[in-house]
Design a protein. Structure first.
Length: 259
């Protein structure tokens, strides 16, 4: 009788754990849509990967290659568009306005991006939205940390609008192929601001778990390359840097949502 009770108790615990696991998985939907703006966010399962110049032909600030481990997050499926910026901020600073509402917003500084995110967070009263860290950006770009030259492919033309195919302008988001996670335009179209300060030697002393970059600096990191980038400035591990108050037609951003 005692053994029967123990077995029944164990089975009940296993059923409860299974039920909780299903609830947990259901809470982390593959794509989350913000009810206010309609912005879509792709769930990115956390994990560990080798961050940096895994192909051996990058710049010195992409070295050394080092292991980074990240928690789960949601990454914006697309760059923030001109239409979304207009809806939240009430204006459109972009140079390429004729491209349309579905084209990435540009001419926004890092500071401007923070203002947008602050307004995006107001309806929930929390801090669900932010810029991705550099480590989160690269992990998502490389389809969950895979060894990929570009975001989802080793063929740049299939995934990015860049200097060789853009015709000197931005293009509507989502018109190239997505990467392995279903995220678009991580390379090309516009450079993307990330949260970190830039440190040329940061990789040699980076934290392993959820690194946040240097504690201070003069420039913020940009990632991904743009519509004007040549093949020497558009791969997934490439690091750019710009002062946080600079605005340019090459730079936009995408937003991360915490689970």
């Amino acid at each position: 009788m005692m053994w029967n009770s123990l077995i029944k108790g164990l089975l009940a615990c296993l059923l409860l754990l299974s039920f909780l696991s299903v609830l947990h998985a259901a809470d982390k939907k593959a794509v989350y849509t913000d009810p206010t703006t309609g912005m879509e966010f792709v769930f990115v399962k956390g994990g560990c990967y080798q961050m940096g110049d895994t192909f051996g032909d990058g710049y010195t600030d992409e070295k050394p290659v080092h292991e980074v481990c990240l928690d789960d997050f949601y990454m914006g499926k697309y760059d923030v568009t001109q239409g979304q910026w207009q809806a939240v901020m009430g204006n459109n600073p972009s140079r390429f306005k004729d491209c349309g509402d579905n084209c990435p917003v540009e001419m926004v500084s890092w500071n401007n991006a923070q203002e947008f995110i602050s307004k995006l967070n107001k309806p929930s009263g929390g801090k669900k939205y932010r810029l991705p860290t550099e480590a989160e950006w690269e992990y998502a770009a490389r389809s969950g940390g895979r060894r990929e030259k570009y975001a989802g492919s080793d063929d740049i033309d299939s995934v990015a609008w860049c200097g060789s195919n853009s015709g000197g302008t931005t293009h509507p988001v989502g018109t190239k192929s997505p990467n392995g996670l279903g995220i678009y335009d991580m390379n090309g179209d516009v450079w993307q601001w990330v949260q970190d300060w830039y440190g040329p030697n940061y990789y040699s002393k980076s934290a392993r778990n959820n690194p946040r970059g240097p504690g201070s600096g003069s420039d913020r990191v940009i990632r991904g390359g743009s519509w004007s980038s040549g093949l020497n400035s558009v791969w997934a591990s490439l690091r750019g840097y710009v002062a946080p108050d600079v605005r340019g037609s090459l730079i936009g951003f995408r937003v991360l949502r915490t689970p």
